[in-house]
Ligand binder design. Structure first.
Ligand code: ZN
Length: 487
């Protein structure tokens, strides 16, 4: 696989809130799937994008062990792991962490076996964890028969793999697996049996000491404040838990289950949790004992979710088949198309400034803005150049700021400078969160698993917080103290 393919996939897959469904994949259990090891019930993280950078073609133990499992299951086949450093192109084969295994797409038996294997890799497990086996193994992407399934900090998505027409280039005579380094070195839960790390909290008030909250096995998180109490909502095996600083971070089940995404907000002192359950949007609130009620939004096809309140009215934004919809509590959750997206929107951020609502979306790698004040006309900001992948927005005194990740670099644009997109100097970032305290803007990024903070007050110097091993993060401030939550 070439670098430009990687970059295109990164742009498509590294989205703030998107959870792209593997629509074409059968839900039928694989009858010929490999044997499972003993695993802890938790989920493992989705793999970070980490293409070949060095050359060390010696066969790494993860792909060797997986190759042996495939031979045990399907019989002896041709296979290859390491590839010479002198060959052209970027490939994890040159680091001994990619496996090619012979399945012939023109042979009916082998074709059925390959799809049994793929369905097994990406199936939801009995705990509700999507793509469970692929995550346990630490698979970065899989290529087979002109299709590619990739995860780059988010759920796997199936895409067409453009190729040169040859059996080897189009992967019709073999299936390709690229492992993360931790998968290649057998450090993922498939081999260790341990699920992913717990949630931590660090604050500027304690010198960014990253302290465990006691919340474990979470895959997604949302955070908010009510008064001075902080609340963290996490998904653990598809169920929503709530922990708060007011109860010493005891992580209590809300009873909400089967969810794949979570968003939270408060209106007055009532807390609201929004979840995606099988592609439909549900609302639960602390005022109704967390009864999870269908809003009617989504129709089984919603993939991303953002929420906000404006003067006590709640708004839900969802991406359905690549287009953005808005529903509000004031219209009984009628879900109205905004006209944004044209079937190609992938990431979504929302905010309000003095009662006007703004929607930001990433369409084909470019950032667009629409507002309720212009009838949701979706205007290109000029940001992204076809390569933007992640997005955070905020306003400071009425000026709107957009932070985007382009080829790993963080850029800032503002409505005050006509959306000129200026590099902050922060590079190699995979995710971005932003907030302001007074008029100082703060950007938090994950760089190689470490959490960094940069601020407008220090010229965007990107300083390590000391927090490591992170995958997802959210940030907020309470009375001037900044808090970071990471998993
Ligand atoms: Zn290969």
């Amino acid at each position: 696989m070439q670098r430009n393919n990687n970059r295109r996939l990164l742009a498509a897959a590294l989205t703030v809130l998107a959870a792209v469904a593997l629509g074409a994949m059968s839900a039928t259990p694989a009858h010929a799937a490999p044997a499972m090891p003993a695993l802890a019930p938790g989920a493992s993280d989705y793999v970070k994008n980490d293409p070949q950078k060095t050359c060390d073609p010696s066969n790494k133990p993860g792909p060797v062990s997986f190759k042996n499992l495939l031979i045990q299951t399907y019989g002896s086949r041709s296979w290859n792991i390491g590839r010479s450093c002198s060959e052209a192109g970027t490939s994890e084969h040159k680091e001994g962490r990619a496996l090619d295994f012979g399945f012939d797409a023109d042979n009916a038996t082998q074709r059925a076996q390959a799809y049994d294997l793929i369905n097994w890799l990406f199936a939801t497990d009995q705990h509700g964890n999507r793509h469970a086996v692929a995550r346990h193994l630490g698979l970065m992407y899989v290529i087979w028969d002109r299709k590619i399934w990739g995860a780059y900090n988010g759920p796997y998505s199936e895409r067409t793999y453009s190729c040169d027409g040859t059996p080897s280039g189009c992967h019709t005579n073999h299936i390709h697996f690229s492992f993360s380094w931790s998968g290649a070195l057998q450090q993922t839960s498939w081999w260790t049996g341990r699920a992913n790390r717990p949630a931590f909290e660090a604050s500027s008030a304690n010198g960014w000491q990253n302290l465990p909250t006691g919340i474990g096995g979470a895959t997604r998180l949302a955070a908010m404040t009510v008064g001075t109490n902080k609340y963290v909502y996490t998904l653990v095996n598809g169920s929503v838990y709530e922990a708060s600083s007011a109860n010493g971070w005891q992580n209590l089940p809300t009873g909400i289950g089967g969810a794949s995404a979570v968003a939270a907000m408060s209106v007055g002192t009532t807390k609201y949790v929004y979840t995606l359950v099988n592609g439909s949007v549900f609302e639960a609130s602390s005022a109704n004992g967390w009864q999870n009620l269908p809003t009617g939004i989504g129709g089984g096809r919603a993939s991303a979710l953002a929420v906000m309140s404006v003067n006590g009215t709640k708004y839900i934004y969802s991406v359905i088949d690549g287009s953005v919809f808005e529903a509000s509590s004031a219209n009984g959750w009628q879900n109205l198309p905004t006209g944004i997206g044209g079937g190609r929107a992938s990431a979504l951020a929302v905010m309000s400034v003095n009662g006007t609502k703004y929607i930001y979306s990433v369409i084909d790698g470019g950032v667009f803005e629409a507002s309720s004040a212009n009838g949701w006309q979706n205007l290109p900001t000029g940001i992204g150049g076809g390569r933007a992948s992640a997005l955070a927005v905020m306003s400071v005194n009425g000026t709107k700021y957009i932070y985007s990740v382009i080829d790993g670099g963080v850029f800032e644009a503002s409505s005050a400078n006509g959306w000129q997109n200026l590099p902050t100097g922060i590079s190699l970032a995979s995710t971005v969160a932003a907030m302001s305290v007074g008029t100082t803007k703060y950007v938090y990024t994950v760089v190689d698993g470490g959490v960094y903070e940069a601020s407008s007050a220090n010229g965007w110097q990107n300083q390590p917080t000391g927090i490591g091993g992170a995958f997802a993060l959210t940030a907020m401030s309470v009375n001037g103290t900044k808090f970071i939550y990471d998993i």
